[in-house]
Design a protein around this ligand. Structure first.
Ligand SMILES: Cc1ncc(C[n+]2csc(CCOP(=O)(O)OP(=O)(O)O)c2C)c(N)n1
Ligand code: SF4
Ligand SMILES: [Mg+2]
Length: 503
């Protein structure tokens, strides 16, 4: 009989008046000795809040549409309990993740579930901006006035005078500021649709919490916009109280500090009989074939040349001053790699100054997938100024090439053994063409002459794509040819010298 009761009580003639929400997994698995417990301490508000959320999802029939974003905190494992879609976000970032999920799947019901450390400390920017954008998501904010998971540090909502591991003498507003009232704060914003604070201090409060949770979810189904329900919640373990005393503390200490109530309800502002206007959906994206036109891209991209190098592994560091065209030179190289059908990456790195600060970029051009865009050991260094040469020369791989923007190296710099060096006054050569700033492309021409890594046709195609002005394209083409010519001469003079030395 006992088995029959458990397996199918309806068949046994019983009427089910209350059961575990279907939005909960039938079983919660934990390992070893812990298998009969949830992750939560006895009397923890998270368990109650989970159950209310699961019940509301059931009642609204949203289980198959709901995606829960779990936080970092004691409820990090919310996905072990709620049988919905689940994503776990980095500490504080749940509203940003929820935004992405909701925008990608507008018909899903996206729930961000967060503690007070998560939402109001590290995640304050995320929640403010998601609320301010009026994202059509629902946030359940579990305020237990402490960092539970990490052992009781002060949270933004910790009360004045409350002791925590980081406020051992009690929170003092001179040092630690005042408790942050999240509902009141968000109510200063235009966009939120529904903000209510509830509590888990007794059965009556818990019932009111369920109503608020249900309403917040319903508003999302109506595309009303951003809702947040703040839930004052007991944390018996860190508060060092038994579960009953912890609930009492919610009623007698937390509620007076964080008044319960509705801080915004656009639904209530709508006259009776009318419904909330649905939040307008964003304009649909333009059709794919309209995008080149919108971005002003010439669709007649040349066909890639047939000869894709079978083996390519160029790890290039381009470095110089801001304004020397360092990043652009890297872009042209990467674009040339693309033109050859190779795998490429381009990673810029520059100081805050717009001009004359340092600037460098990492370029990889490879016949294999690029595992990392960082180039720590380049096999090509294009050093457009002396500080860059000094900084990056020691990093160049043996067998690699170093091109330096001067006709000779500084006297105190010795080229490490096995490194090919080509000093060439690229900016001066560009100057003779009437544009000092084309020194970067002169150096590119020199690189083509020195190595046979990239065919010139690919560079021409890349230049045509990267350089928008016809005047500059013309200058760059001449700069490329000048660099090639000058490098060939320099290299041939050098080999004659070497031959002479040998004779
Ligand atoms: C980026 C980052 N910073 C800090 C932490 C450490 N950390 C984990 S949980 C937590 C606070 C949790 O407190 P709360 O959000 O209030 O959740 P509760 O455990 O009280 O439910 C912190 C600071 C982390 N995991 N990641
Ligand atoms: S430490 Fe507090 S918040 Fe965390 S599970 Fe225990 S009672 Fe809940
Ligand atoms: Mg907390």
């Amino acid at each position: 009989m006992a088995e029959l009761l458990l397996d199918d009580p309806v068949a046994a003639g019983f009427e089910i008046v209350h059961e575990r929400p279907h939005s909960f997994y039938p079983e919660f698995f934990r390992k070893g000795d812990l298998k009969d417990q949830t992750h939560y301490c006895p009397g923890c508000g998270h368990g109650i809040a989970h159950k209310l959320v699961a019940e509301a999802i059931d009642e609204l029939g949203l289980q198959d549409r709901t995606i829960l974003i779990s936080p970092v905190g004691c409820s990090v494992f919310a996905y072990y309990y709620l049988d919905t879609g689940n994503v776990q976000a980095a500490h504080g970032r749940a509203p940003a993740v929820a935004t992405g999920v909701k925008r990608a799947h507008p018909e899903s019901i996206v729930v961000s579930y967060q503690g007070d450390g998560d939402l109001a400390a590290i995640g304050m920017a995320e929640i403010l901006h998601a609320a301010n954008r009026g994202e059509n998501i629902t946030v359940f904010f579990i305020n237990n006035a402490i960092y539970g998971m990490t052992g009781g540090q002060m949270a933004p909502t910790t009360l004045l005078g409350q002791k925590s591991t980081t406020t051992p003498y009690g929170r003092d507003h001179y040092n630690d500021g005042y408790p942050v009232k999240v509902c009141e704060l968000l109510a200063t914003l235009e966009a939120p649709v529904y903000l209510e604070r509830v509590a888990l201090g007794n059965a009556k409060q818990i019932n009111a919490a369920l109503r608020a949770i249900r309403k917040a979810l319903r508003y999302q189904t109506e595309r009303a916009g951003f809702s947040l329900v703040e839930i004052l919640s007991p944390c018996p373990t860190i508060w060092k109280l038994d579960p009953v005393a912890a609930q009492k503390r919610v009623r007698e200490v937390l509620v007076p500090a964080f008044p319960l109530g509705v801080y915004r309800d656009r639904g209530a502002e709508i006259p009776k009989g009318e419904t909330l206007p649905p939040r307008p959906l964003p304009a649909p994206p333009p059709p794919l074939d309209a995008i080149p036109g919108l971005l002003d891209i010439d669709e007649q991209t040349p066909d890639p040349p047939a000869a894709r190098p079978a083996q390519a592994d160029l790890r290039i560091r381009v470095a110089g001053f801001g304004g020397q065209g360092v990043l652009m030179l890297g872009e042209v190289l990467a674009e040339a790699g693309l033109q050859l059908g190779l795998e490429v990456s381009w990673l810029p790195s520059y100081g805050p100054e717009m001009r004359s600060g340092t600037s460098n970029c990492h370029v990889r051009i490879s016949s294999q997938e690029v595992d990392s865009p960082l180039v720590a050991r380049p096999n090509v260094l294009l050093a457009l100024n002396e500080p860059s040469l000094r900084k990056f020369l020691p990093t160049v791989e043996v067998g690699g090439w170093v091109l330096y923007n001067h006709h000779q190296l500084p006297a105190d710099i010795a080229v490490p053994e096995g490194i090919h060096l080509l000093p060439l006054a690229c900016s001066e050569l560009a100057d003779s063409l009437g544009e000092t700033r084309a020194g970067n492309i002169v150096m590119l021409g020199a690189l083509l002459a020195a190595t046979d890594g990239l065919p010139i046709e690919a560079i021409h195609r890349a230049l045509a794509l990267c350089v928008k002005s016809a005047r500059w394209l013309e200058i760059d083409r001449r700069a490329l040819a000048t660099g090639q010519q000058a490098a060939r001469e320099a290299l041939s003079n050098r080999s004659q010298e070497v031959r002479r030395e040998i004779q």
